[in-house]
Each structure stands twice: as structure tokens, then as C-alpha cells.
Design a protein around this ligand. Sequence first.
Ligand SMILES: [Zn+2]
Length: 396
Amino acid sequence: MTTTVITGIGELVTNDPARAEQGGLLGLLTDAAVVVEGRRIAWVGPAADAPDADVQVDAGGRAVIPGFVDSHSHLVFAGDRSAEFEARMTGQPYTAGGIRTTVARTRAATDEQLTSHVARLVAEMRTQGTTTVEIKSGYGLSVHDEARSLAVARQFTDETTFLGAHVVPADTTPEDYVALVTGPMLAAAAPHARWIDVFCEDGAFDVDQARAILQAGTDSGLRGRLHANQLTYGGGVRLACELGLVAVDHCTFLADADVDALVSSGTIATLLPGVEFSTRQPYPDARGLLDAGVRVALASDCNPGSCFTSSMALCIALAVREMRMSPAEALHAATATGAAALDRDDVGVLAPGKAADLVLLDAPSHVHLAYRPGVPLVAGVWQAGRPVVGTPGWSG
Ligand SMILES: [Zn+2]
């Protein structure tokens, strides 16, 4: 098996807890090297101690970080909602109802159109350093369209999530629709999905409906996640904690009891600050959550309605500027804790045996991700040991 050594790494973010004593939360190493063997990392350490390898790549003193793990996205859709965004920016509030417009367009699209659209977005993410992405269904809302949305998503990731319970379609009642989601739709979706999710919110699904849907998913072998407390206070976050879900997403409107529940359950709060940016809503209290001891992840929520960004670097910049996370906390949340939110320990960390998902930054340190907002800093990406985005000298 070919081995590649990447030397000249000015700053290496490992996220390796074994390096925390010297390297802090990010397990930082300076003047570092990484050896890649096949799809995995074989060695990490000081460049001066690096073993020989078949191929040598020089990072030129720049920073290398783990590939971003984007644990929350809605990439399977058709149509354009820029007019809705424009309207919202001129004074109209965001409501969950806009989802239905995307549903009509998605149902009308061919499999090929959906697939090529997802391919384009996944490539866009990869170019910006995302090497692991979760993709939800939720714009089909029929047995056929939810199943095919997930089949499309599965071509791009193992982290697929059945979100039939995104919104109740206009042509049915909530009771009938929950019966469909927990019955025939779940049966058709489950073979293509790892996770099940519910949009638990006023105007979408209440706590009792969310509980029933998550239970049905669990009975079918799926694992639960939840959209909760995005637009209003409510019981969604406490439900996620009670059920012991690995992550609950949004967490914008939290009462003290919600924070207490997150602390005691260990459920990860995945914050999606691109949504608040794109809807002019107040940001979640990341600082308060971290100070209380809650594990916080960051994800894009890339979707056509409330947040159409695929940039994890933007999410990091927003987390630092608007939510008072440190640059290190934000990067850790977008990599290692994002992986944990998908119950993955093979990505988000650069250590021997882990996936060789690496991003070379055109910068001397990870701090530039927040310090230089909006600037494309990704100079190279390796995914599963293979250069997928590259610059001369990096492509090996
Ligand atoms: Zn979402």
C-alpha cells in the first residue's frame, strides 16, 4: 500500500484527546507531519521524527485540520427559493410553511435531476473542506418521494436521515400523516436510512407526535435525532434528552430545564448559526451551553429555505463572532463533536487508525477560519486518503 508523508505542517489540529495536555482542546502540534496509508492515518508527530514514505508532500508551513463533519443538511431538493429570501430580508418573517413550495418542485424532479443537484452540492461542500456530511430527506413527503430522496442521498453518504416528519403536507391531516410516516413511509425509507428525524416545532410536529415517530423509527432499526426549539420554546429538547438521542439540533430557544437536561443526558446540542444569520433570528446561547457543560456541535443545515450555505467556515466565523465561542471551540465543534453527533469516532480526529480526511488551509493557523470570514482558505482536501481538492505540491 502506498504511503504518503505530509511534512512542513506549521500547525496541525489533531483533536486527539491524548494530546490535550500539550495541545489543548484541539490537540495542536507545530512543525508536524502526518503519514497516510491507504484510507487511514498511519502516523502523526513532529516532522523531525517522521518515518519515510513512498510519496512526500510539503505543506509549506501552513495549517492542516481534520475535514469538517457537517452533521445536518437537507441537500435533496429541487427549485430555487431566493425570492423568499429576498422577501424575508425586506421584512417578512420566516415560517415553516415555505417547505411546501420545495416539496412541489422536488416531487416534479426526476431522479437524475435530484442526483445531479446533490452531487453539485456535495462537491461544493468538499471544495470548502467538508469530508463527512449527513443528508436528510424531507422534501418528498410521500412514500415514493421520501424513499427515492434517501436512495439519492445514499449515493453520497452513509449518514442518511429519514425526515418524512418535516411538515404535514397540505392535502392531509396531522393524524393521517403521522400514521403514514410511522407506517408505509417508514417501511419504504428505512432500507436507505441510518437515522430518523422530526421537525418538532409549532406549525410542524408536537412533542407527542415526535415521540411516536421516533419510537417507530427505533423499532425499525433507525436511530433518532431531532430538530427542536428552533423558533419557539417547547419540549423538544427535553424529549431528545429523555430518549437519550445522540444529538438535538437548533436549540435556539432554551429554558434552564432544557440546559439541565442536556447536561445530564450528554445529548449533543448541534447549533446551526447559518439559520439565524439567514433568517435574522437571535442566535443560540453557545457560550451559556458550553459554560454549563453541554457538548456543542456546529453544522450548516444547508437547505433551500432557512439557510442555503454549505460553508462550515462561515458557521465557525458566526459561532465565534455572534455566539462567543473561541476559535478552538468552534473548530472542534465543526469536526470532532460533529462526528460525535453522528456517533462516529473514525472521522473528525487526526490520529493513527482514523480516516485520512485532511484539509490544508492557506493560512498559518486554524484561527484564520474566523479571522478571515468569507475568504476561501481551503488549499487542499484529502478524503479517505485520496487528494480530492488540490494545489500543486499537495496533490501528491
Ligand atoms: Zn434542518
